[in-house]
Design a protein around this ligand. Structure first.
Ligand code: GRG
Length: 297
């Protein structure tokens, strides 16, 4: 019988590699203007789970790629994710005081620097893509397009805009799915696809990774919605019932808990089915999906 994949040590190693690469690719904290570079580093190294880089590296592995080719892209996706959190926490958006258990960027550096640190992280991401080695099938223009589309006004930013506009309103399932697909799934799927691209994957591998990424991304958010109502704050390590308190539409509030669970199960099954063509090479990706989708906190 095959040994179960050692996910914990794999994630520890990938996080270490990503942290080192981020440190190398970012301007030093002392580089002028030092406040700005300190603010960028403050949020990037605030203890994020590095889910998107781990997905990207695992997708590269599934396609037989080298970690060194995937790392700059993994860093770029994490910079986009961190910028989106810094801006999401601003008083004009979610107005949060805490993120990753620490004071939010604007609480430490002030609103103006937090806006600029977000802007700089967003820009930095594209510099990192430009510095990466382009695989034969995917020139830099394609890699840039991939990241720009996932983070632009039709995906990540569209999700955020629709989420802000939908606050306090009764949303339909289709409207909620639109938000979740863009706010959460788009960047997760982009990470998986860029992992494949860094490994010079074939068109059919890229289609399978897209299928996996979309389903994992949406399932991840539906499960987050479910856990918000079923788990205690202690178990979650963050405030439970936050969505209900903020009058945010969630899968359980729109379709009920039972149907939400069925939807999450269907998405999860589709995600695992998409990995079949990769066989054993998708060991890390499958173990990671299992960890994300079968979690209880
Ligand atoms: C400001 C353009 C713009 C977008 C903001 C990221 C975001 C969109 C909003 C934050 C709220 C939220 C729940 C978004 C869904 C995406 C998500 C699950 C974010 C949290 O990701 P984790 O758990 O966070 O990977 P860490 O801190 O571990 O990196």
């Amino acid at each position: 019988m095959r040994k179960p994949f050692a996910l914990e040590s794999y994630l520890q190693r990938s996080t270490l590699g990503v942290n080192r690469a981020l440190d190398r690719l970012l301007p030093a904290a002392t580089t002028r203007p030092a406040t700005l570079h300190r603010a960028m580093r403050y949020s990037l190294f605030a203890g994020g789970k590095r889910l998107r880089p781990a997905l990207l590296l695992a997708a590269a592995r599934a396609c037989g790629g080298k970690e060194a080719c995937a790392l700059p892209l993994a860093c770029a996706v994490e910079c986009i994710h961190t910028y989106s959190l810094v801006h999401d926490d601003l008083p004009a958006m979610d107005n949060d005081d805490l993120r990753r258990g620490k004071p939010t960027n604007h609480k430490v550096y002030g609103e103006a620097i937090a806006i600029l640190a977000g802007d700089a992280l967003l820009t930095q991401a594209f510099e990192m893509v430009a510095q990466a080695k382009a695989p034969l099938r995917y020139p830099h223009s394609e890699l840039v397009m991939e990241l720009a589309r996932a983070s632009g006004s039709l995906q990540l930013i569209a999700g955020q805009a629709a989420d802000l506009e939908g606050e306090g309103k009764r949303l339909t399932l289709a409207q909620l799915r639109y938000i979740h697909e863009r706010k959460t799934s788009a960047l997760l799927c982009c990470a998986v696809r860029m992992g494949g691209m860094s490994a010079n994957c074939t068109a059919s591998q890229l289609r399978a990774l897209t299928d996996f990424g979309r389903n994992v991304g949406l399932a991840f958010q539906v499960i987050d919605d479910i856990l918000d109502v079923t788990q205690t704050s202690e178990r979650l390590g963050k405030t439970a019932g936050k969505d209900v308190a903020a009058k945010k539409a969630t899968y359980p509030s729109v379709v009920g808990l039972e149907r939400s669970r069925r939807i999450a199960a269907t998405l999860t099954a589709k995600a695992f089915a998409a990995l079949r063509p990769f066989g054993d090479r998708a060991d890390a990706l499958a173990a990671f999906a299992h960890h994300l989708l079968e979690r209880e906190s």
